[in-house]
Design a protein around this ligand. Structure first.
Ligand code: ZN
Length: 195
């Protein structure tokens, strides 16, 4: 006979204290930095909608949250394929997780100028004009087409990530003066081995 009850008090903690997602170990990818050619070439369309793609999307979310980003495109983890993940709540709301496969901006409206940064260009920010509203057409992880509308920060995140899939960085939306200044600073950091 066991001398102790098999159920301890800690095991009776309410379910609310349990983690939101099952304990699957996710891969956290290193984020590719500016200077790597993968960031400046158009990515290839995704053709296979399988379990591997689903795994990749979840790993991309984990990588993005670990880096405290609100969007991440596959080229930023060295994969030149057209998939991006976006969550403007930074992981606070599971329903805010958006996966865009082979996305295109089909409509833009209005203009908004805001400061923007990029996980691949850490430490640098610049003002970029983006549409206030956008409509994006994309495929989900099953290959089904859908349309999604974004406003403000979400519209900006969609545009920024779709730019990545086209090999375009936010630097290209800055004035030549500002862009050259950032490029010079990055060059210096590289020389110092700090990039
Ligand atoms: Zn970026």
């Amino acid at each position: 006979m066991p001398d102790k009850s098999t159920t301890s008090e800690t095991e009776l903690t309410p379910a609310a204290a349990a983690p939101e997602t099952p304990a699957v170990a996710r891969k956290i990818y290193p984020i590719v930095k500016y200077g790597d050619p993968v960031l400046e070439k158009p990515a290839k369309p995704v053709a296979k909608f399988d379990a591997e793609l689903e795994e990749l999307a979840e790993d991309m979310f984990a990588t993005m949250y670990a880096a405290q980003g609100i969007g991440l495109a596959a080229p930023q983890i060295g994969k030149s394929i057209r998939i991006a993940v976006v969550d403007v709540t930074g992981g606070k709301n599971a329903e805010a997780k958006i996966v865009l496969v082979n996305p295109e901006v089909t409509h833009g409206e209005g203009e908004k100028r805001e400061e923007e940064g990029c996980l691949s260009i850490p430490g640098f920010r610049g003002y970029v004009v983006r549409p206030h509203f956008v409509t994006v057409r994309a495929q989900n992880l099953k290959g089904e087409m859908f349309e999604i509308r974004g406003e403000d920060l979400l519209a900006r995140a969609f545009c920024h990530e779709i730019d990545h899939l086209n090999g375009v960085l936010f630097l290209q939306h800055l004035s030549m003066l500002k862009r050259d200044l950032i490029k010079r600073k990055i060059k210096k950091l590289k020389k110092q081995g700090e990039w």
